[in-house]
Design a protein around this ligand. Structure first.
Ligand code: PD2
Ligand code: ZN
Length: 287
């Protein structure tokens, strides 16, 4: 747009026209070309299209009874970079998909960092507990046969460094992260498919949400490779991520609802031991 061109206004009539075009099944490219032909600046037209359709979908979702969408962590992938500089480390972008948002990173952690985390956690491992959504307390969960522990946020210099790296990579405040959770899966151990957000229908959820609000994203970092098995699976999209040491899988969910298609699990370890560190990200400061 030239400096002194009048800003083109996105009127209610234009929004309605855009929604009608989408409902009639016209592709975004076709609608965009029609707007260009009518004299709309390209960047204004794209923004109007994107915003209008996003708002329209959100209105439909809420009208259909879904919880409202919220802002989620998001790495800077707009111009398809092969690497992202995350504070002190250059991280590889190995794969990215939009819906659901799932990104696989390579080399987020060094081998030495993975080993150090395992060594720090080992003496403190106990059979995994998950938040008991019925009461807001903790419980042993039969769906998770791994052992685990939580670090405090910033507990050691190493953890502080990794947390700062994650905050930069995912562009999400460090303070909104839960403490790192370490899990160890031996042969046969698994984590059955589940959602990481707290189910709004469970009676314990309101008390959990007082501290930091909903979970909106998960980063699973692989610290120790099993020999076979132990991939992270996303059944709704038929994806399995290999648990390669130093790599990580990130996914986000903008509302606590299965429509996010973020059902995921840790498949059974078939041989060897799998170690992971999970960073769950909340909407607000997790104090
Ligand atoms: O170990 C995994 O791959 C896994 C699978 C599902 C981890 C988590 N969820 C988690 O930590 O939330
Ligand atoms: Zn999970």
């Amino acid at each position: 747009m030239s400096a002194n061109a009048p800003t083109q206004a996105i009127t209610p009539q234009l929004r309605q026209w855009i929604v009608e075009q989408a409902q009639a099944g016209h592709a975004a490219e076709v609608v965009l070309q029609a707007m260009r032909d009518a004299g709309w600046e390209e960047d204004v037209a794209i923004e109007a299209l994107e915003n209008t359709l996003r708002e329209h979908l959100e209105q439909n979702a809420v009208a259909a009874g879904l919880p409202p969408a919220t802002t989620v962590p998001e790495p800077a992938l707009d111009d398809s970079p092969l690497y992202l500089q995350a504070e002190d480390r250059r991280v590889h972008v190995l794969s990215a998909q939009l819906q659901p948002r799932i990104v696989v990173f390579g080399g987020l952690l060094s081998d030495a960092e993975c080993e150090a985390l395992i060594d720090l956690a080992s003496p403190r491992m106990a059979r995994s507990r998950t938040v008991a959504t019925k009461t807001g307390g903790e419980e042993i969960n039969v769906d998770r046969t791994s052992d685990g522990m939580f670090f405090q946020r910033g507990e050691t210099e190493l953890i502080e460094r990794i947390e700062a790296r994650i905050a930069a990579l995912l562009r999400w405040p460090l303070e909104n992260g839960e403490g790192l959770q370490i899990l160890r899966y031996g042969p046969g151990a698994e984590y059955k498919p589940h959602y990481d957000y707290f189910d709004p229908a469970e009676p314990g959820t309101p008390s959990i949400l007082k501290r930091g609000g909903q979970r909106v994203g998960t980063l699973v970092m692989y610290l120790g490779e099993p020999e076979r098995g132990g991939g992270t699976v996303f059944p709704d999209v038929h994806l399995e991520v290999a648990p390669k040491r130093g790599n990580a899988v990130f996914f986000s969910y903008d509302r606590p609802h299965p429509s996010t298609r973020t059902l995921h699990g840790g498949s059974p370890v078939l041989a060897g031991e799998k170690w992971i560190a999970t960073k769950w990200l909340r909407e607000r400061e997790f104090a």
